[in-house]
Design a protein around this ligand. Structure first.
Ligand code: PRT
Ligand code: ZN
Length: 198
């Protein structure tokens, strides 16, 4: 990425995307600071906002940030229309439905009438609708993988990368709903080429 004029970019403050986001920006000579909410890079004049990943689409939609780096899964779930400027080849993961290893649920049709815990209710609802399956969506914000153990749900719909977490909780994958990676996004009205050349 070559910078044509300074801009504001929102990235994840802490979490799985932080290090790779930093490495991506470093390639454009943009340096980050630790444990701050915002900073301005001396080399380039680029302003950085350090936020929760879930808030990045809204920052970009509102124009508070010109660009953002976020998982496609977050954009798809919130439904905000953003331009994908570049796929970044990190943060790869899949949104899957998984069930306890001992469950009698063997196919997606067997999910009919069952309870599925997730932090991705919109993507799950769309998938179930497409498949013509009626199931209850139990919306929770974290630790989705323990929901079956607690008898809160019969299945989960959650992100997985290595699969280790599913295995730890004796869960087996039934189906992949969505494959995701981190992307550089902008507001659809932003004249991207005035700010950067890829
Ligand atoms: O605080 P903030 O809201 O910013 O962070 P967060 O906790 O919501 O997000 P974070 O840092 O966990 O993830 C940020 C983004 O990284 C996600 O939106 C995805 O785009 C991407 N990503 C890539 C992942 C994973 N891989 C991943 N493995 N997000 C979450 N996971 C979870 C997974 O659900 C499991 O619980 O990490 C755990 C380990 O996964 P396994 O399969 O490797 O065991
Ligand atoms: Zn988040």
């Amino acid at each position: 990425m070559i910078i044509q004029q300074p801009f504001t970019i929102a990235i994840q403050r802490r979490g799985k995307l932080r290090d790779d986001s930093e490495a991506t920006l470093q390639l454009a000579n943009i340096t980050l600071e630790e444990d701050v909410l915002r900073s301005e890079c001396e080399n380039t004049g680029v302003r950085i906002l350090y936020v929760r990943d879930d808030d990045i689409p809204e920052y970009v939609r509102q124009g508070v940030a010109d660009f953002g780096i976020v998982g496609e899964n977050v954009i798809a779930e919130c439904g905000i229309a953003l331009r994908i400027v570049q796929k970044l080849s990190f943060g790869n993961c899949r949104l899957v439905i998984a069930v306890p290893e001992t469950s009698t649920i063997q196919s997606i049709q067997d999910l009919a009438g069952e309870r599925i815990a997730t932090s991705y209710p919109n993507l799950l609802r769309m998938f179930l609708q497409e498949q013509g399956i009626q199931a209850s969506i139990i919306e929770i914000t974290g630790s989705v993988e323990v929901a079956p153990e607690l008898n809160l749900a019969d299945a989960i719909c959650d992100l997985t990368q290595s699969g280790a977490t599913l295995k730890e909780h004796n869960l087996r994958e039934l189906v992949t709903l969505y494959s995701s990676e981190a992307v550089l996004v902008s507001n659809p009205t932003l004249p991207v080429e005035q700010f950067i050349t890829l």
